[in-house]
Design a protein around this ligand. Structure first.
Ligand SMILES: Nc1ncnc2c1ncn2[C@@H]1O[C@H](COP(=O)(O)OP(=O)(O)O)[C@@H](O)[C@H]1O
Ligand SMILES: [Mg+2]
Length: 266
C-alpha cells in the first residue's frame, strides 16, 4: 500500500461502526509534517471517533492508518504513543494534589519508561533526565510561576497548559487535541492557543485540533477538515472550508462568522 512520503499521517478509507451506527466513514486524509489541522463539526459528527482511531483507543472497522510510512491500524494505544503520537491527557489524568513540576516530571518519566522518543536515545538515561525535560517543558508552556503550585489550585487555563505540556514532554511528532479550549472563556482562549501553538511550532510538532470556535480555527489552523455525519465534507485552507456553502449550511457557527465577521457567539 503506498502512502505519500511527505505525509507524516495518512488515513485511507477509514470507517468505524458501533453496531448499526456508522460513527465514521470514507475518511481519507493525508497530513504533511508540521501542518496544523483544525477539525470542526457538530456534536456527534465523528471527530472524537476519528482521533480515537488514530491514537489506538478505538479499532477501525475498515480502512488503514499510516504514521511516518508505518501502518499503525488497530495497534494498541501504548505502542502508538511509543511511535511518536500523543494526545492531551485530559485534565482527569493530572494528579490534583501534586505540583505542576511533579506532574510534569511524572509524565516525563512515563514517556521515558515507555520507550517513547526520548527512551530510544542510546545514551544511558540518568536520573536527572526527566527533571530536565520537565523543567524545559514548563518553560516552553510559560507556566514557570506555577511550578510549585498544586494542580488543584491552578486557574483553568494553566491547568490546560499543564495538560497539553504533559502530552508534549516526551517529544511526540504528532499531537491530537480534542477541544483544547473547552471550558475556557472567550477572552482567554486566544492567549491560551498562542502559547500552545508557539510551543508546538518550537518543537516542530504536527497537530490536529478539534475546535468549535471558528475564530480560533481561522486564526491557528493551516488547514481545516469539516466533519458531518461521520465523514469529511470539506478539506482546505480555513477560508476555503469556512466559506464552503455546505459547511455553512450544516455546521452551526460557521455562517454567522462569515456573514458578520464576528464569532457565532458572544
Ligand atoms: N463508544 C461508542 N459506542 C457507541 N456509539 C458511539 C461511541 N462513541 C461514539 N459514538 C457515537 O458515534 C457518533 C460520533 O461520536 P463522536 O465521534 O464522539 O462525535 P464528536 O466528537 O464529533 O462529537 C455519535 O453518534 C456517538 O453517539
Ligand atoms: Mg468529540
Amino acid at each position: 500500500m503506498s502512502t505519500s512520503n511527505s505525509a507524516i499521517l495518512a488515513v485511507h478509507d477509514l470507517e468505524k461502526t458501533f453496531g448499526s451506527l456508522v460513527a465514521a466513514r470514507d475518511i481519507t486524509v493525508s497530513v504533511p509534517a508540521e501542518q496544523t489541522v483544525g477539525v470542526i463539526g457538530a456534536n456527534g459528527a465523528g471527530k472524537t471517533t476519528f482521533i480515537n482511531m488514530i491514537t489506538g483507543h478505538l479499532t477501525p472497522s475498515k480502512g488503514s492508518i499510516w504514521f511516518e510510512d508505518k501502518e499503525i491500524t488497530g495497534k494498541p494505544s501504548r505502542e502508538i504513543t511509543r511511535l511518536g503520537i500523543s494526545r492531551s491527557f485530559q485534565v482527569a489524568q493530572i494528579f490534583p494534589s501534586l505540583t505542576v513540576f511533579e506532574n510534569m516530571r511524572i509524565a516525563a518519566a512515563i514517556a521515558r519508561c515507555s520507550g517513547g522518543v526520548l527512551g530510544n536515545i542510546s545514551t544511558p538515561v540518568h536520573s536527572g533526565a526527566a527533571t530536565v525535560e520537565a523543567e524545559a517543558t514548563i518553560d516552553l508552556f510559560q507556566i514557570g510561576r506555577y511550578r510549585d503550585t498544586p494542580a488543584n489550585a491552578l486557574p483553568q487555563g494553566v491547568r490546560k497548559l499543564l495538560d497539553i505540556g504533559m502530552a508534549v514532554v516526551g517529544w511526540p511528532r504528532l499531537l491530537l487535541l480534542d477541544e483544547p479550549t473547552s471550558g475556557i472563556s472567550v477572552e482567554e482562549k486566544f492567549d491560551l492557543m498562542n502559547v500552545v501553538m508557539s510551543a508546538l511550532k518550537t518543537r516542530k510538532i504536527t497537530v490536529l485540533f478539534v475546535e468549535h470556535d471558528m475564530e480560533i480555527v481561522a486564526r491557528f489552523a493551516d488547514r481545516v477538515l469539516a466533519f458531518y455525519d461521520g465523514t469529511v465534507i470539506a478539506d482546505g485552507t480555513p477560508t476555503e472550508t469556512l466559506d464552503n456553502p455546505r459547511v455553512q449550511e450544516l455546521i452551526s457557527g460557521v455562517r454567522l462568522k462569515t456573514s458578520t465577521g464576528r464569532p457565532g457567539h458572544a
